[in-house]
Ligand binder design. Sequence first.
Ligand code: AP5
Ligand code: MG
Length: 212
Amino acid sequence: MKIILMGPPGSGKGTQASHIAGIVGVDSVSSGDLFRDNLSKNTELGLLAKSFMEKGEYVPDDVTIDMVMNWIEEPKHSAGFVIDGFPRTLKQAKALDEKLLESGGVDRVVFFDVPEEDLVRRLSGRLICSSCQTPFHKMFSPPKEENCCDNCGDVLYQREDDRPDVVRNRLHVYTRETEPVVDYFEKVGNLRRIDASLAINKVRESLEEVVR
Ligand code: AP5
Ligand code: MG
C-alpha cells in the first residue's frame, strides 16, 4: 500500500502519518522531517535546505526528489509506505509516478482540507520534539508533561518557520506550487479529500476510512 498525505502547512499531515502507517503496517516519512534531520546533523543537504525553509520557500526539486527517492529505494520500503509532504510540485509528482510505474503506482492520495484561519492557529501554537519530530499543540494537543515529548521524552521547541511572516509565505507558495498537484491527482482519480478541520480523533477515523 503506497499512500501520500497532501495538504497545506499545518493541516495535520504529521499528526496522522505515523498512526495510519502503523495501521497499514508500513513506514512513514515526511520530506520536511528529512530536511530537519539533515540540518540537525549539519549535512550539506541540511544547510542547503535551511536557506529555503527559513524563508518558507520550497527546496529545489532535484535535491528533494533525490532525497525522497533514496528513502523509497530502501528495501524495507518496497512493500509500501506513507509519505507526508511529497510530491509538492508537478515535477516531483511526475518523478514519483515514473518511479512507481512498475510497482502499480500510488494507491491513495489523501488531501487534508482545512480553512486558512485554522492553519494559522495551529501553526502559531505548535511545538515539535527535537528528536523524533512528533508534533504537539499548546491547546489542541498538549503534551502530558510540559515541554516534554510523550513519545520519546525529549524537549519540545517551536519551529523557526512557524513565525507569522514565514507562515504567510508558506501558504502562498503552497497555493502557487502545490494546488496544481492536487488537481493533477484528482484527474488521475486516486485522490480522496477528508475534512481535516475536525478534532484529531475524527480526522484519524476519516483517514482510516479512505485508506480502507
Ligand atoms: P514540512 O515540515 O512538511 O511543513 P508543511 O508542509 O508546511 O507542513 P507542516 O509540517 O507545517 O504541517 P502538518 O500538515 O504536518 O501539520 P501538523 O500535523 O504538524 O516542510 C517544511 C519545509 O520543508 C517546507 O516549507 C519546504 O521548505 C521544505 N519541504 C518539505 N517538503 C518539500 C518538498 N516536497 N518540496 C520542496 N520543499 C519541501 O499539525 C500542525 C499543528 O496542528 C500541530 O500543532 C498539531 O498538534 C495541530 N493539529 C493537527 N491536527 C489537528 C486537528 N485535527 N485539530 C487541531 N489541531 C491539530
Ligand atoms: Mg509536518
